[in-house]
Design a protein around this ligand. Structure first.
Ligand SMILES: C[S@@+](CC[C@H](N)C(=O)[O-])C[C@H]1O[C@@H](n2cnc3c(N)ncnc32)[C@H](O)[C@@H]1O
Length: 200
């Protein structure tokens, strides 16, 4: 995490645009968004720390929103070519593409990861960050997302941030081993970072 890359920061007008966009999309789809504001810098830095990929591999982020986590990886020195993000909201995607040059931005439902992931990333995903609020979904849907992540990044598990005090996902029902990696009060609401690893 000591790279020399400097991320392209959004212009002040783009940053304001991003905050307004997030709120607007939350009003349209509160459950799909799961949060009224983007993740804080404090939460993003914890995700970067625990989600840093091994050399030669890439980070896959699901539910990029306005790209605050992606930008934190770039700020920490990850090359944009090593980042691939999936976002279902068609209003967010142009914003992501405009403010994250070089990052691969895929528009679509992350349940369809296997077909959406470009060929050049296959077998190269070293770290998965799930920003989709899986806790709000029925178990059957949670299984579709966790299965999709396991298919494109076998054995890697994934990081999930959550505002819950206990594990937001049932490890026993999903065949995953949950471990709390971090917590920060400096987020709205205060948030934890969980790592879920597949149980062999
Ligand atoms: C809590 S927001 C997180 C945004 C950003 N990662 C952050 O931390 O500020 C959840 C994001 O997941 C996206 N999302 C929800 N369901 C999705 C799905 N099935 N496929 C891809 N993205 C999805 C939403 O549109 C939203 O941008």
């Amino acid at each position: 995490m000591t790279g020399t890359m400097t991320a392209v920061q959004p212009k002040p007008t783009q940053a304001i645009e991003g905050a307004i966009l997030f709120l607007r999309r939350w009003l349209a789809h509160p459950l799909r968004m799961g949060s009224i504001v983007p993740s804080s810098k404090a939460l993003c830095s914890r995700l970067v720390k625990h989600g840093w990929p091994e050399d030669g591999t890439a980070v896959l982020e699901l539910g990029a929103g306005t790209g605050v986590i992606t930008r934190a990886f770039l700020d920490a020195g990850l090359a944009p070519e090593r980042l691939v993000v999936v976002e279902v909201d068609g209003d967010m995607v142009p914003y992501l593409r405009a403010t994250l040059p070089g990052v691969t931005v895929i528009e679509g439902d992350a349940k369809r990861l296997q077909e959406l992931l470009p060929e050049r990333f296959r077998g190269r995903i070293g770290s998965v960050i799930c920003g989709i609020p899986l806790v709000l979904l029925p178990l059957a849907d949670q299984k579709l997302f966790t299965g999709a992540m396991e298919t494109v990044a076998p054995g890697r598990g994934f990081l999930q941030f959550s505002y819950c005090i206990t594990s937001p996902l049932s490890g026993s029902k999903l065949g995953l081993n949950p471990k709390k990696k971090a917590w920060t009060p400096f987020n709205f609401p205060p948030a934890s970072v969980w790592r879920y690893m597949p149980i062999d």
